[in-house]
Design a protein around this ligand. Structure first.
Ligand SMILES: [Zn+2]
Length: 281
């Protein structure tokens, strides 16, 4: 009887500690992260291109002669606002949506675009898309290699990364005249990547090498964080190289991690250590 009581006491203490830990984790990390994620900031790049940062993944709205191109549909309220803005400036021209990948913060507003053209990476199967997004509103064009849209004012390349990196089929969008590259979550600005499921850390390096000299981009719109110059791309590439180095040389880990101490992170699964672990697989 005494043993049962002791076991019950220990179990109760464990549950309290677990709940307390969960509460601290939520209030210290998840809540501020969610708040940061839900904020939006509109940047008018020029007369034809708006970049809407936050509210999920970063998005673009590009006004063309014959259509409006939207890059990533965000989530929750921000998704509705993005769609309303695109609809307003479209003046009844068709809206074409490009999804950089299937994560909910980038495709959460897709159902608003039903009946319109939706473009996504061709390494995914439709069933996989349904499973990951929970939506039966499937993309209408699956880009296996690349797709070019040429209009009077802009040439747009939609490129599918051949190898698994952030996911199995990451799409980037390059605007040739504006020299703007939308990277989805292949590049983040001052935020640690979340590499889950099919995400592949060495694959990031392959993808970034594949992109580095492919286009002469001068502006980068990352998946999360502020848009910026080519330096955003280079800094993130260096981060991934440093985490690979830390995986191979544990004695250098602390010094390498300290270079990125001000980056947004979530302990355990969106952290420097989680990235390093992915390089060790
Ligand atoms: Zn993602």
């Amino acid at each position: 009887m005494k043993l049962v009581k002791t076991i019950l006491k220990i179990s109760a203490a464990c549950i309290v500690l677990f709940l307390l830990g969960g509460f601290v984790y939520y209030s210290q990390y998840i809540k501020p992260f969610k708040e940061q994620m839900s904020k939006t900031m509109l940047v008018n790049f020029d007369m034809n291109l708006m970049v809407v940062q936050g509210g999920g993944g970063n998005s673009g709205i590009l006004l063309l002669d014959s259509m409006v191109l939207v890059i990533d549909s965000k989530m929750y309220e921000a998704a509705k606002e993005l769609y309303a803005t695109a609809k307003k400036i479209s003046d009844n021209k068709p809206i074409v949506l490009v999804n950089t990948h299937y994560h909910p913060d980038h495709v959460g507003g897709n159902d608003l675009y039903s009946g319109q053209t939706i473009i996504a990476g061709g390494n995914y199967s439709p069933q996989q898309w349904k499973n990951e997004t929970g939506s039966a509103n499937l993309p209408t064009i699956w880009v296996k290699d690349s797709m070019v849209i040429e209009t009077k004012s802009e040439k747009i390349s939609i490129l599918n990364i051949p190898n698994a990196a952030h996911t199995e089929s990451d799409i980037v969008v390059y605007l040739h005249n504006k020299k703007v590259l939308f990277t989805g979550d292949l590049v983040l600005n001052k935020q640690v990547p979340m590499i889950m499921g099919a995400g592949n850390a060495p694959g990031y390096l392959t993808a970034l090498d594949y992109l580095r000299h492919r286009y002469p981009f001068s502006t980068v719109v990352p998946g999360h964080g502020n848009m910026g110059s080519r330096k955003v791309f280079d800094t993130f590439s260096q981060y991934m190289l440093d985490m690979k180095e830390a995986a191979e040389h544990p004695e250098k880990k602390d010094e390498l991690i300290s270079k990125y101490s001000d980056w947004t992170h979530l302990p355990f699964f969106m952290s420097h250590n989680a990235t390093i672990r992915k390089f060790k697989l």
